[in-house]
Unconditional design. Sequence first.
Length: 346
Amino acid sequence: MSIRTIEWKNNYIRMIDQTKLPQKLVYLNIKDIESLWQAIKLLKVRGAPALGGAAGLGAYLGIRNSRAVNYLQFEKELGRVCDYLASSRPTAINLFWGLERMMRVSQANKNKSILEIKKMLFKEAQMIIEEDRASCRQIGNFGEKLFCDNDSVLTICNTGILATIDYGTALGVIYRAQEVGKRLKIYACETRPLLQGARLTTWELKRKNMDVTLICDSMAASLMQQGKIKKVIAGADRIAANGDTANKIGTSSLAILAKYHKIPFYIAAPVSTFDLNIKSGKEIPIEQRNPAEITELFFKNRVAPRGIKVFNPAFDVTPNALISAIITDKGVIRPPYLKNICSYLK
Ligand code: MRU
């Protein structure tokens, strides 16, 4: 049975509550933007492309009952909704990209009636969703060619159905490879501290009867040393103009290990994840999260003394020099990234 991470259904946003997985598949009906903000903050919906979808649907949800009597009033209201949703998480560019797209549609139609603008916004939100479905499949088509039958592949975080609308970026490549008949052995890093790998990636891959083995993040080097990893593939939350890539904390360690062991390291992401306004990864804002995620969240008993100092960045930046190729919906981009990203994306 196919599932949708987030969609518009029966007049509300319907999403999978990813914090309940893998125990149960539960759907939430989100009826106001405050609940959506919380859902994003708490990672009930997560993953850069899914956040792009949440942005589009959320902007519409926030203004659909607007009583604005003229465009200026309406634009102010939409701006407030977008600023509010933008304050939920800072790193994944897709969230801001989706919100800006909604603002642009409103501005481009300012001469129409408010009712018509609302309809256009609904249509735009649906387009963001449909485009993600198509672009993930394109990423899969381009990316699977880099993989061989019987490859063993290491991945981190969750970059599949649950991180997008219904297919995936890095996991989309793996799904496509399987669809064209390549048998892959997947190693999934558990992805401390929020365990997106252990909870979500293994759940998704098991549903699809794929060969998946869960490892602790610290086991990657040992596997590589033993020659058990042929390729590494990860997603992205934001890619700078020079190819530096922010992704789940732990990704850059894998890239360094892969370089040392001469293993190809791939990033898979749609063009909506590129931020050409920033020159390098140094400018990417990195989200800091609640210390309790490390000290107690998934444990029966807390694992560190009360009041201990905690450093809990949700993402790190992998320098472009460690990335063998970036698989996008427009094709596979190879170094030199500064030159090639521009030519692919324009
Ligand atoms: O904190 P999360 O779970 O939202 O982090 C998600 C990731 O880092 C993913 O790898 C990234 O968004 C790409 S998803 C296709």
